[in-house]
Write a protein of this length. Structure first.
Length: 267
């Protein structure tokens, strides 16, 4: 037996469903009798009838970020007025909208909190985008990618001169040599319509490794480290260029190798 059958005070959900025309004919008759015969029910009915419940205005900022297509599909699946029966514990379309809105607000709050934490942990900086592009590219490299012979010193000098001329930087085999890691090639790539130097190596212990350089006016920055695409990165900058050494070697070894090549690049 429902609260209507018992003649009890109907819940706000039932009164709202009554106002919205979502109850069966029998339930509507019962509520009409309660409104006519119970002053408390009449007063509550009048209050709910006057309430504007402006969902559109209240949730407009969140709805601008909502996945509209999914929400539309969810709403389309709800039975229309006259088809939906609402029991003592049921809710109508308005109640469903309120629940969706509340859930969406909570989801946005959680998403923004996680995003903020992620930004703090990742320590983003103005040059992070080019490092992300390099990591994406180098993640495709395998040992076979760099299996071709590196060429003799004359060929290495020619490659490094071409790369250095594009960047306004003097490079030589001795300058970019990394102890225990085999130099493979030096080439110019394009990043955001600017030259990006990639000096590729093959580490017998960890596989592909690269020293990458772009021109930068961000100013001098001390070495820092991060992880991208399962690889370790040590990056720093001079007054005119930004550098990064990226590879699969452990971070402590990457730091040692980066410190060695950095000293020679700034000497």
């Amino acid at each position: 037996m429902t609260e209507l059958d018992k003649g009890q005070m109907p819940s706000d959900e039932l009164l709202t469903a009554f106002i919205d025309g979502e109850l069966s004919a029998a339930d509507r008759e019962r509520i009409e009798r309660l409104i006519a015969g119970d002053e408390r029910v009449a007063e509550r009915f009048d209050f709910l009838s006057r309430s504007s419940l402006a969902f559109s205005e209240a949730f407009a900022p969140m709805l601008a970020e909502a996945p509209a297509a999914k929400l539309d599909a969810m709403l389309a699946a709800i039975p229309a007025a006259g088809e939906q029966k609402v029991g003592a514990a049921g809710i109508g379309r308005r109640g469903f909208l309120a629940a969706v809105a509340a859930s969406f607000v909570a989801a946005i709050a959680i998403d923004r909190a996680v995003t903020a934490i992620g930004h703090r942990l990742a320590k983003p900086d103005e040059d992070s985008e080019w490092r992300a592009v390099v990591a994406e590219y180098l993640s495709l490299y395998t040992t076979d990618t760099l299996s071709a012979p590196a060429g003799d010193r004359t060929q290495q000098v020619a490659q490094l001169n071409q790369v250095g001329s594009k960047l306004g930087l003097s490079l030589a085999p001795e300058t970019v040599a990394i102890p225990g890691v085999e130099f493979k090639r030096a080439q110019i790539l394009n990043y955001d319509s600017k030259p990006l130097a990639q000096i590729a190596y093959l580490d017998p212990e960890s596989g592909p490794m690269a020293l990458c350089i772009v021109q930068s006016a961000k100013g001098t920055a001390a070495p820092d480290m991060e992880s991208r695409r399962g690889m370790n990165v040590v990056y720093w900058s001079s007054a005119t260029h930004a550098f990064m050494l990226i590879g699969h070697a452990p971070i402590d070894r990457m730091q040692q190798l980066a410190a060695d090549v950095r000293n020679r690049l700034v000497a």
